[in-house]
Write a protein that binds this ligand. Structure first.
Ligand SMILES: [Fe+2]
Ligand SMILES: [Fe+2]
Length: 191
Protein backbone atom coordinates (compact mmCIF):
# COMPACT_ATOMS: atom_id res chain seq x y z
CA UNK A 1 0.00 0.00 0.00
CA UNK A 2 1.22 3.52 -0.79
CA UNK A 3 2.86 5.22 2.23
CA UNK A 4 0.39 8.10 2.00
CA UNK A 5 -2.52 5.75 2.72
CA UNK A 6 -0.66 4.26 5.68
CA UNK A 7 -0.11 7.80 6.93
CA UNK A 8 -3.82 8.66 6.62
CA UNK A 9 -4.74 5.39 8.35
CA UNK A 10 -2.34 6.14 11.20
CA UNK A 11 -4.03 9.51 11.78
CA UNK A 12 -7.54 8.04 11.45
CA UNK A 13 -7.05 5.08 13.77
CA UNK A 14 -7.29 7.02 17.07
CA UNK A 15 -10.75 8.21 15.98
CA UNK A 16 -11.84 4.69 15.15
CA UNK A 17 -10.64 3.54 18.56
CA UNK A 18 -13.19 5.96 20.02
CA UNK A 19 -15.88 4.87 17.55
CA UNK A 20 -17.71 1.59 16.99
CA UNK A 21 -15.95 -1.56 18.25
CA UNK A 22 -15.88 -3.21 14.80
CA UNK A 23 -14.51 -0.31 12.83
CA UNK A 24 -10.77 -1.03 12.88
CA UNK A 25 -11.46 -4.45 11.32
CA UNK A 26 -14.03 -2.85 9.01
CA UNK A 27 -11.54 -0.36 7.57
CA UNK A 28 -8.58 -2.76 7.41
CA UNK A 29 -10.62 -5.23 5.38
CA UNK A 30 -12.02 -2.49 3.18
CA UNK A 31 -8.63 -0.94 2.30
CA UNK A 32 -7.40 -4.27 1.02
CA UNK A 33 -10.43 -5.01 -1.15
CA UNK A 34 -10.71 -1.40 -2.35
CA UNK A 35 -7.16 -1.57 -3.70
CA UNK A 36 -7.95 -4.80 -5.46
CA UNK A 37 -11.04 -3.31 -7.10
CA UNK A 38 -9.11 -0.17 -8.14
CA UNK A 39 -6.51 -2.33 -9.85
CA UNK A 40 -8.96 -4.60 -11.64
CA UNK A 41 -11.39 -1.87 -12.68
CA UNK A 42 -8.84 0.86 -13.22
CA UNK A 43 -10.41 3.23 -10.69
CA UNK A 44 -8.78 6.27 -9.11
CA UNK A 45 -7.38 4.95 -5.82
CA UNK A 46 -6.29 8.48 -4.82
CA UNK A 47 -9.98 9.19 -4.20
CA UNK A 48 -11.36 5.80 -3.21
CA UNK A 49 -8.68 4.83 -0.68
CA UNK A 50 -8.87 7.98 1.48
CA UNK A 51 -12.66 7.78 1.32
CA UNK A 52 -12.57 4.17 2.51
CA UNK A 53 -10.09 4.96 5.27
CA UNK A 54 -11.90 8.05 6.52
CA UNK A 55 -15.60 7.42 5.89
CA UNK A 56 -16.64 6.37 9.41
CA UNK A 57 -14.22 8.46 11.54
CA UNK A 58 -17.19 10.57 12.59
CA UNK A 59 -18.48 7.82 14.90
CA UNK A 60 -15.79 8.99 17.32
CA UNK A 61 -17.80 12.14 17.98
CA UNK A 62 -21.39 10.93 18.18
CA UNK A 63 -23.22 9.32 21.13
CA UNK A 64 -22.75 5.55 21.43
CA UNK A 65 -26.04 4.09 20.30
CA UNK A 66 -27.43 1.97 17.47
CA UNK A 67 -25.50 3.19 14.39
CA UNK A 68 -28.59 2.46 12.27
CA UNK A 69 -30.41 5.30 14.00
CA UNK A 70 -30.95 8.02 11.36
CA UNK A 71 -29.89 10.95 13.51
CA UNK A 72 -26.64 9.16 14.33
CA UNK A 73 -26.08 8.44 10.66
CA UNK A 74 -26.42 12.11 9.81
CA UNK A 75 -24.26 13.17 12.73
CA UNK A 76 -21.40 10.76 11.90
CA UNK A 77 -21.28 12.02 8.31
CA UNK A 78 -21.20 15.64 9.41
CA UNK A 79 -18.49 15.05 12.03
CA UNK A 80 -16.63 12.80 9.59
CA UNK A 81 -16.45 15.47 6.91
CA UNK A 82 -14.64 17.81 9.26
CA UNK A 83 -12.22 15.22 10.63
CA UNK A 84 -11.46 13.88 7.13
CA UNK A 85 -10.59 17.38 5.95
CA UNK A 86 -8.29 17.95 8.93
CA UNK A 87 -6.46 14.67 8.44
CA UNK A 88 -6.00 15.16 4.69
CA UNK A 89 -4.70 18.69 5.26
CA UNK A 90 -2.21 17.33 7.77
CA UNK A 91 -0.72 14.99 5.16
CA UNK A 92 -0.72 17.75 2.52
CA UNK A 93 -3.14 15.95 0.24
CA UNK A 94 -3.97 17.85 -3.00
CA UNK A 95 -6.54 20.56 -2.22
CA UNK A 96 -9.04 19.62 -4.94
CA UNK A 97 -9.00 16.03 -3.76
CA UNK A 98 -9.56 17.04 -0.13
CA UNK A 99 -12.69 18.84 -1.27
CA UNK A 100 -13.99 15.84 -3.19
CA UNK A 101 -13.16 13.27 -0.52
CA UNK A 102 -14.63 15.28 2.36
CA UNK A 103 -17.77 15.77 0.28
CA UNK A 104 -17.92 11.99 -0.30
CA UNK A 105 -17.59 11.41 3.45
CA UNK A 106 -20.45 13.85 4.09
CA UNK A 107 -22.85 11.87 1.85
CA UNK A 108 -21.49 8.32 2.07
CA UNK A 109 -24.57 6.90 3.85
CA UNK A 110 -27.18 9.09 2.12
CA UNK A 111 -28.92 5.99 0.76
CA UNK A 112 -30.24 5.58 4.33
CA UNK A 113 -31.96 8.95 3.82
CA UNK A 114 -33.53 7.75 0.56
CA UNK A 115 -30.97 9.07 -1.90
CA UNK A 116 -29.74 6.23 -4.10
CA UNK A 117 -29.00 8.25 -7.23
CA UNK A 118 -25.68 9.75 -6.16
CA UNK A 119 -24.09 6.28 -6.13
CA UNK A 120 -25.13 5.51 -9.67
CA UNK A 121 -23.78 8.77 -11.02
CA UNK A 122 -20.31 8.40 -9.55
CA UNK A 123 -18.27 5.20 -9.85
CA UNK A 124 -16.08 6.05 -6.83
CA UNK A 125 -19.06 6.61 -4.55
CA UNK A 126 -20.78 3.60 -6.12
CA UNK A 127 -17.81 1.32 -5.51
CA UNK A 128 -17.47 2.68 -2.00
CA UNK A 129 -21.08 1.87 -1.08
CA UNK A 130 -20.73 -1.59 -2.65
CA UNK A 131 -17.75 -2.37 -0.45
CA UNK A 132 -19.41 -0.90 2.63
CA UNK A 133 -22.36 -3.23 1.99
CA UNK A 134 -20.17 -6.25 1.26
CA UNK A 135 -18.52 -5.83 4.66
CA UNK A 136 -21.46 -7.62 6.29
CA UNK A 137 -20.79 -10.72 4.19
CA UNK A 138 -17.14 -11.00 5.29
CA UNK A 139 -15.76 -13.25 8.00
CA UNK A 140 -15.48 -10.48 10.61
CA UNK A 141 -18.24 -8.20 9.31
CA UNK A 142 -20.95 -10.88 9.29
CA UNK A 143 -20.92 -11.57 13.06
CA UNK A 144 -20.39 -7.86 13.86
CA UNK A 145 -23.45 -6.72 11.90
CA UNK A 146 -25.53 -9.74 13.05
CA UNK A 147 -24.95 -8.59 16.59
CA UNK A 148 -26.03 -5.00 15.86
CA UNK A 149 -29.15 -6.18 14.01
CA UNK A 150 -29.84 -8.98 16.54
CA UNK A 151 -30.13 -11.62 13.82
CA UNK A 152 -28.97 -15.23 13.77
CA UNK A 153 -26.84 -16.51 10.89
CA UNK A 154 -29.77 -17.69 8.81
CA UNK A 155 -31.74 -14.48 9.30
CA UNK A 156 -28.64 -12.52 8.46
CA UNK A 157 -28.17 -14.34 5.14
CA UNK A 158 -31.83 -13.66 4.31
CA UNK A 159 -31.40 -10.02 5.25
CA UNK A 160 -28.44 -9.73 2.86
CA UNK A 161 -30.02 -11.64 -0.02
CA UNK A 162 -33.26 -9.64 0.15
CA UNK A 163 -31.58 -6.32 0.79
CA UNK A 164 -33.02 -3.41 -1.15
CA UNK A 165 -29.47 -2.28 -1.89
CA UNK A 166 -29.24 -4.96 -4.55
CA UNK A 167 -32.16 -3.36 -6.41
CA UNK A 168 -31.83 0.31 -5.50
CA UNK A 169 -28.06 0.56 -5.83
CA UNK A 170 -26.83 -2.13 -8.23
CA UNK A 171 -23.13 -3.00 -8.01
CA UNK A 172 -20.99 -0.44 -9.81
CA UNK A 173 -18.59 -2.95 -11.36
CA UNK A 174 -18.26 -6.64 -12.17
CA UNK A 175 -15.38 -7.02 -9.71
CA UNK A 176 -17.37 -5.92 -6.65
CA UNK A 177 -20.31 -8.06 -7.69
CA UNK A 178 -18.04 -11.09 -7.86
CA UNK A 179 -16.54 -10.25 -4.49
CA UNK A 180 -20.03 -10.09 -2.99
CA UNK A 181 -20.96 -13.46 -4.43
CA UNK A 182 -17.73 -15.03 -3.22
CA UNK A 183 -18.16 -13.84 0.37
CA UNK A 184 -21.85 -14.68 0.48
CA UNK A 185 -21.12 -18.24 -0.66
CA UNK A 186 -18.60 -18.58 2.17
CA UNK A 187 -21.16 -17.44 4.76
CA UNK A 188 -23.82 -19.76 3.36
CA UNK A 189 -21.43 -22.69 3.52
CA UNK A 190 -20.94 -22.01 7.23
CA UNK A 191 -24.69 -22.06 8.03
FE1 LIG B 1 -21.00 5.34 7.71
FE1 LIG C 1 -18.65 1.78 6.84
Amino acid sequence: MKPIYQQIWKLAKPYYKKGRPMDIDHIEWMMKDALLVCKKENLDDTLLLPLVILHDVGYAEVPKDNPYNLDLRKAHMKAGKKIAKEILEKVNYPKDKIKTISYYVSVHDNWALGNNKIYQKDVILGTFTDLDFIWMTTKKGFPAISKILKKNKKEMVQYIENNEKLVERPFATKTVKELFQKYLQQRKKAL
